[in-house]
Design a protein around this ligand. Structure first.
Ligand code: ASP
Length: 317
């Protein structure tokens, strides 16, 4: 499919990349039907952002649209289908950043708004703050009229089973088998628009059986989410504690800015460095020239991208 840009005054061919988390099902557990469902969900989310970009819309609107589509899809760990805490609750984190001026908004420990990414965006656009949490964040969302959904909208049987398996494993004292699908997820998107602006957005239920109150990397600007027109836009997925400690998203931007590294070298470098530390995961990134990088050190990462020619791709392993 080729990109038709209607309303653009510059020479930038729009680019979009997204992920549905590094917690892919193991190959052995992946049936053709499941695989097809994941590809369809990824393509739907890619198209949601693609139409925005190809109509001359902003990177910010494109990443919002793609992440909303993934939040609404119960296959992915964000919004509907978010994973459960050790107490069986759902606590969602999300962030968005505009590379134009480094405005950013984020929410953490939120439950109720249908699309946490819209809550993050509202924090960015309608408050003087960057990060709102818990009850205060939820009250803000109600005040501005964001759509809320009842608890059963968010809860899926698959997530309940994952929590039960993880709690059983812990109770039995069995070693962690490293099955990313049981623990991980997250969705995110990065884009370059036709005016040369970058944006990033990330949304997650976090990690299965996390302690209530735990916040991951997704809503931490510079860890799981970052965008700066001078360098790149990044959205990460994986073991969030490592992505926070290594400030992964900002680290990529810093290596590009200060060490003159390419997007590919910077992003593949940090993802490879995390692997031996136990920091499983990956990320999607785009730079100001439209280069795309999708590195991961896990068995797979649900991902999709539209390159500068307008061609659309989805991949899992
Ligand atoms: N990074 C997310 C978190 O730690 C989880 C994931 O992407 O799998 O909350």
């Amino acid at each position: 499919m080729s990109g038709v840009v209607s309303d653009c005054v510059s020479d930038f061919a729009p680019v979009l990349a997204l992920h549905g988390g590094a917690g892919t099902l193991r190959r052995a557990a992946m049936t053709p039907a499941r695989e097809a469902a994941y590809h369809a969900g990824l393509m739907a989310a890619l198209n949601a952002g693609r139409v925005v970009l190809q109509a001359g819309g902003t990177a910010l609107d494109a990443v919002t649209a793609s992440v909303m589509a993934l939040e609404d899809d119960p296959l992915f760990n964000a919004g509907r289908g978010a994973v459960l805490t050790s107490a069986g609750t759902q606590e969602m984190d999300a962030a968005i950043m505009d590379g134009t001026d480094r405005r950013a908004g984020a929410v953490a420990g939120l439950f109720g708004p249908r699309n946490p990414i819209l809550a993050a965006r509202a924090v960015m656009e309608q408050t003087d703050h960057v990060l709102l949490i818990g009850a205060g964040g939820e009250a803000f969302c109600r005040d501005i009229g964001l759509e809320f959904m009842p608890p059963d909208y968010f809860l899926t049987q698959a997530r309940q089973e994952s929590l039960a398996r993880e709690l059983e494993r812990r109770a039995s004292g069995a070693a962690d088998d490293g099955d990313a699908a049981r623990k991980h997820g997250t969705v995110g998107a990065v884009a370059l628009d036709c005016r040369g602006h970058l944006a990033a957005a990330t949304s997650t239920g976090g990690m299965t059986a996390k302690l209530p109150g735990r916040v991951g990397d997704s809503p931490v600007i510079g860890a799981g989410t970052f965008a700066d027109d001078a360098t790149c836009a990044v959205s990460a997925t994986g073991h969030g504690e490592f992505f926070i400690r290594y400030a992964v998203a900002h680290e990529i931007s810093a290596r590009m800015r200060w060490a003159g590294q390419s997007l590919k070298k910077a992003s593949e470098g940090i993802v490879a460095e995390l692997a031996p530390l136990g920091g499983s995961g990956g990320l999607v990134a785009v730079d100001r020239t439209g280069a795309i990088s999708l590195p991961f050190n896990s068995e797979g990462m649900y991902r999709a991208w539209m390159d500068a020619s307008g061609a659309l791709h989805t991949a899992i392993f």
